[in-house]
Unconditional design. Structure first.
Length: 480
């Protein structure tokens, strides 16, 4: 009954606006890990190739840089759509609060512009710059990617823990302190949790391509090196992410107790709270299904079974997620943690065997797991964003503005039409992205079949990719 009354107060535009925003975010975030972390992974491979005179490593770095450029171009499209949606779908938020948190979007824009320039220089330099110069001019590229992430997370963390302003008599923000608005209490944990998630996801996605090739019988050095460096990169950060995840969950417990209650489907405030693995929350506060572990939620929140955990009923029904939203947040949170736990086991399997015997695992089950790790990581990232955004409902600016207050006045029918058009465009864009990647893969396989790179010990120094054709400065009279 309460849910029906709450929905009756929500403008008709809210559902199509939220659906469109959710769709564009869910699709855009598929590209974000490669945009944030692939430059760093590529430069690690590039530096390894230069240091060891390794033709194969330099070939991989050049090919990854091509993928990076294509992915960045697609990200331009999806990111631009998102930028327009903030103003078109949520004019109430941007109009009132833009002066407070808008700098985050500005920083993201600067990072985006710098990354675009550096990617162009990096791609152009493969055939035209001396080896060391080419590598050095690309070194700022990962920092430009992190700068873009800084801006987005600064804006999002402000929406979760807004500060850096005071309200006048009309409820409008004044006396804006930009520094406090950017560096909110949850910014640090959220930023590093996000960045490390991008590192892990990009590493496992990249390694998964070569793990699949390994399972199909391609056991050459090209696939071994293409797997080992990105997988090692991701595996090193996987246990770090568990520490960061615990840190941000603890910040949510203190700064957003109602969101924490939704994540753990806690109905009434109490101590000795159990932990539910999955399960469904009902409007009467009961939980069905799932696995109940007595007292564990209180222990995880405060390291003591008598830790008091705030429940959803601590605030009015109009100020908290609905039971359906809470169940969704709880499931996405549990799925994210579950995937992270499986990835940790996979990383430990790899790490222990490497430290013990200095070799890769030989079990096909390991490589099956590695091939699935990239997709699983993307799912975990999606679940993390759903947890963050849905858990904040009904607030678009936590405890300061509701989603219903920020939504556009455009007719809902028009918004549904816009949503349909966005879906059509995105199907075309992502379809084109897939076609381009498959064509690149086919061309590279044909090139390898005609005579792939020789081992570094068999390659004359003058013919290494960074110092001679086809990757270094062109020979006089060579074709463009």
């Amino acid at each position: 009954m309460h849910t029906v009354l709450l929905l009756a107060d929500v403008p008709a535009q809210t559902l199509p606006a939220r659906s469109m925003m959710a769709f564009t975010l869910v699709t855009h975030i598929i590209l974000v890990p490669l945009g944030v972390a692939l430059p760093l992974i590529t430069l690690i491979m590039h530096g390894y190739g230069l240091r060891h005179g390794d033709t194969t490593a330099l070939l991989l770095a050049r090919r990854w840089s091509a993928v990076m450029a294509v992915q960045f171009a697609i990200g331009v499209v999806t990111g631009t759509v998102l930028s327009f949606e903030f103003g078109l779908l949520w004019p109430g938020m941007m109009g009132r609060w833009g002066d407070v948190f808008g700098l985050g979007f500005g920083v993201e824009g600067w990072g985006f512009f710098l990354e675009a320039v550096l990617i162009a220089v990096y791609l152009y330099g493969w055939r035209r710059l001396p080896a060391r110069t080419h590598f050095l001019v690309a070194l700022p590229l990962p920092f430009a990617a992190l700068l873009g992430a800084f801006g987005i997370i600064a804006a999002n963390s402000w929406m979760n823990t807004p500060r850096g302003f005071t309200l006048d008599a009309a409820g409008n923000p004044v006396d804006v302190d930009v520094r406090r608005a950017i560096f909110t209490p949850i910014f640090g944990p959220e930023y590093w949790h996000f960045v490390v998630a991008m590192f892990i996801t990009a590493g496992y996605v990249t390694a998964g391509v070569y793990a699949t090739g390994w399972l199909r019988g391609r056991r050459d050095r090209y696939h071994r090196l293409g797997f080992t460096i990105p997988f090692t990169f991701a595996a090193v950060f996987t246990p770090v992410q568990f520490v960061l995840g615990d840190s941000i969950a603890r910040q949510v417990f203190h700064k957003q107790p109602v969101k924490f209650a939704a994540m753990e489907i806690v109905w009434k405030t109490n101590t000795h709270m159990p932990e539910y693995l999955l399960g469904r929350l009902h409007p009467d506060g009961t939980v069905s299904g799932g696995i109940k572990i007595p007292q564990l939620d209180s222990i995880l929140a405060g390291f003591r079974p008598d830790t008091k955990v705030t429940g959803l009923t601590a605030v009015p029904a109009s100020d908290r997620p609905t039971t359906t939203q809470a169940t969704l947040v709880h499931w996405t949170f549990d799925i994210m943690v579950g995937i992270g736990s499986l990835l940790l086991l996979l990383a430990l399997w790899y790490g222990v065997l490497w430290l013990w015997k200095r070799r890769l695992p030989v079990s096909p089950w390991f490589f099956r797991g590695a091939a699935c790790a990239g997709v699983a990581s993307v799912v975990a990232v999606e679940c993390g964003w759903i947890t963050t955004e849905v858990g904040r409902q009904p607030w678009i600016v936590y405890q300061n503005m509701r989603v219903a207050e920020a939504v556009t006045a455009t007719r809902s029918a028009s918004l549904w039409i816009m949503f349909a058009l966005v879906v059509v465009v995105y199907v075309f864009v992502f379809g084109s992205f897939l076609v381009v990647l498959l064509k690149m893969r086919t061309r590279w396989r044909l090139a390898d079949a005609e005579g792939g790179p020789r081992p570094p010990e068999e390659t004359p120094r003058a013919e290494l990719p960074e110092t001679g054709t086809p990757y270094g400065p062109r020979s006089t009279g060579s074709r463009p």
